[in-house]
Ligand binder design. Structure first.
Ligand SMILES: O=C(O)CCC(=O)C(=O)O
Ligand SMILES: [Fe+2]
Length: 263
């Protein structure tokens, strides 16, 4: 390889994750204020402090209405024409260091809301690659509020060698339960501390997940995958799940080139 990796890129190669300050603060503020605005519309209440509203939303929403509430917020957000561009901008520098400058982005950004003591929307230990996602993707995980401990997610860091070793030993030819899998890795996982104003980028081929939020605040986070446009795809294809968001002139021309018809 000719190109020198930046310290951040080296950290990603070695651990499969980095936490960095957002590169576009205005876009973070835009997203948070849109979300808080939709929350106020849904609740017909809320106060003026966006972060206090989000952290304390469990005081207004019943657990059995949470999914409906979450879908209403994300539907309103994805209808905002500038939302995905803002999401890309707030992590652009780090995405480019990790995945390149010619990028495809997941069409639909996901929203997670984890209220204290709520077990209804947990993601047990998994790697997204186990269910058909490509390892050539980086997840951009954006906390809207400060996240730490069980309010956050856990992640098993490692380089490619560690991951290969893990994938050899973890399943052992069988398919253990998520609890048994978690039991095997729980001493090695990290609970990621990602604060409002920062963004986490991680490799979805390393095991990760969440547990019941035992803090007294609600977690709000979003996740969205990015990849080099010309890298291998898994089950989620370009044009269906992904869409190009940044291309260079040579690729724009190349992608629309058709061979002349002969004969
Ligand atoms: O937000 C979480 O707790 C888990 C997210 C996740 O599994 C993912 O983005 O692939
Ligand atoms: Fe995941």
């Amino acid at each position: 390889m000719f190109a020198e990796l930046s310290p951040r890129a080296k950290e990603y190669v070695e651990t499969g994750k980095v936490v960095v300050p957002v590169s576009d603060r205005a876009s973070l503020d835009w997203i948070v204020s849109k979300v808080a605005g939709f929350v106020r519309e849904q609740l017909g209440a809320g106060g003026t402090d966006d972060l206090a509203l989000l952290n304390g939303v469990h005081r207004h929403v019943d657990g059995d209405r949470l999914n409906e509430f979450r879908l209403a917020i994300i539907e309103a957000l994805v209808r905002e024409p500038d939302f995905r561009r803002r999401y890309y901008l707030l992590a652009r520098e780090a995405i480019e260091e990790i995945a390149g400058t010619e990028l495809a982005m997941q069409k639909r950004v996901n929203l997670s809301i984890q209220m204290p003591d709520d077990a209804s929307s947990l993601l047990p230990v998994h790697a997204d690659t186990w269910s058909g996602d490509s390892p050539y993707e980086v997840v951009v995980w954006l906390p809207l509020v400060d996240c730490h401990g069980t309010k956050s997610m856990y992640f098993l860091p490692g380089d490619a060698g560690r991951l290969a070793e893990l994938n050899e030993s973890l399943f052992d030819g069988r398919s253990p339960s998520a609890d048994a899998l978690f039991g095997r890795i729980k001493d090695d996982v990290q609970w990621l501390e990602v604060r409002h104003g920062e963004v986490l980028l991680f490799d979805q081929s390393l095991p990760h997940g969440n547990v019941v939020n035992a803090t007294d605040e609600t977690r709000w986070s979003m996740n969205c995958r990015f990849k080099g446009v010309f890298t291998p795809y898994g089950d989620k294809k370009l044009g269906e799940f992904f869409e190009p968001v940044a291309l260079r002139p040579c690729s724009i021309r190349g992608m629309s080139y058709r061979l002349p018809r002969i004969g």
